[in-house]
Design a protein around this ligand. Structure first.
Ligand SMILES: [Cu+2]
Length: 129
């Protein structure tokens, strides 16, 4: 009689543990590392391919908004404003990673390039309100 109750109790605990486990597995929500998290505009680095390296190119962004570069280009790249990153500079972006979002605070047309491969060129237009 007493042994029977212990078995039932263990069974109940097992069921509770299983339900909790299933609930935890079902809680797979958004991935915080998703591409360009927090950016308003994402530019993709597609390859080392001259003025076809960045897409879209030219790109545009409203002033005050954030731009991130997503690197699908097969190796480490940067997006560095001409001539030497005064307006913006992502720093090295590993293949498969995204840069931190950069707030574009000044209107204008900004040519940029990859600091590691200066033949990779693009243009970002930051537009007024
Ligand atoms: Cu590069």
């Amino acid at each position: 009689m007493k042994r029977h109750r212990v078995v039932l109790g263990a069974l109940a605990l097992l069921i509770i543990a299983l339900v909790a486990l299933l609930g935890a597995c079902g809680g797979n929500k958004s991935n915080p590392m998703s591409a360009g998290g927090g950016a308003d505009v994402t530019i993709t680095i597609v390859a080392r391919n001259g003025n076809m390296s960045f897409s879209p190119n030219p790109a545009s962004c409203p002033v005050g908004k954030k731009v991130a570069w997503r690197n699908n280009g097969g190796m480490t790249h940067t997006a560095t404003s001409d001539p030497s990153g005064a307006a913006f500079n992502t720093g090295d972006i590993a293949n498969g990673a995204s840069s931190a979002p950069i707030t574009m605070g000044t209107t204008g047309t900004f040519p940029y390039h990859c600091a590691l491969h200066p033949d990779m060129t693009g243009t970002l237009s930051v537009t007024g309100p």
